[in-house]
Design a protein around this ligand. Structure first.
Ligand code: SAH
Ligand code: MG
Length: 215
């Protein structure tokens, strides 16, 4: 009997979430450029990449680009010719991310849309359905983003949302932090949603994973 813990997480990360030159550069350069150090962990990025490929994703969406670290993992999981649209409200973050996508040779497969996600999502509604969605911004709208995603992801597609644990604060029965209440609400909602098979991947800050199995 073993218990997943920090050392085992590091063992996993060191073996399977190894940075190449590009990922190391983006990981280090993002905080260096003054962006907050809130990118997903390497082992979380690796997991997103695998999920994207497991569901055969060609069309992917990310909400919350920051410096583009998670986007690079996701884009590298897409089928050849796949496209990732990533939404970022902060023009400076978007500019740094675009530079990182160029450095990664991903400028033609990753498109950054600058603006509030709630305003950009309707522009994407008419396009092709998405295969993979990663939600990682703006906790007050987490439920809204999930509701949008479940309508615009094909059956067999995957919706993910970061910070499902909120650093452990989701264990509180009445958290004072509003974002934690938002995340708890989404976790409960997804757990009860019969359209999906869902769980939380427990590495890092927890990633909510919902595989759409019916409309
Ligand atoms: N996914 C990134 C981290 C994202 S951090 C990674 O792991 O590498 C969250 C990002 O979402 C920040 O850059 C922030 O500016 C952006 N953001 C916050 N609220 C937003 C909103 N309402 N619409 C679009 N982007 C938003
Ligand atoms: Mg996050």
């Amino acid at each position: 009997m073993t218990t997943y813990n920090h050392n085992l997480n590091q063992y996993n990360a060191n073996l399977f979430a190894v940075h190449d030159e590009i990922l190391r550069f983006v990981w280090e350069n993002t905080p260096k450029k003054g962006l907050p150090p809130i990118s997903v962990r390497p082992e979380e990025g690796r997991f997103l990449q695998i999920l994207a490929r497991m569901c055969g994703a060609s069309q992917a969406l990310e909400i919350g680009t920051l410096g583009g670290y998670s986007a690079i993992w996701i884009a590298r999981g897409l089928l050849p010719g796949g496209q990732l649209i990533t939404i970022e409200k902060d023009a400076y973050h978007a500019e740094i991310a675009r530079r990182h996508f160029e450095a990664a040779g991903l400028q033609s497969s990753v498109e950054v849309r600058v603006g509030e996600a709630v305003e950009i999502l309707p522009e994407l509604s008419a396009g092709q359905p998405f295969d993979f969605v990663f939600i990682d911004a703006d906790k007050p709208n987490y439920e809204h983003y999930y509701d949008w995603a479940i309508e615009h992801v094909r059956i067999g597609g995957v919706i993910t949302a970061h910070n499902a644990f909120r650093g452990g604060a989701v264990l509180q029965s009445n958290p004072s932090d509003e974002a934690t209440r938002n995340v708890q609400a989404l976790n409960r909602r997804v757990a009860a949603d019969t359209r999906v098979l869902s769980t939380i991947y427990p590495a890092g800050d927890g990633t909510l994973v919902a595989l759409k199995v019916r409309d």
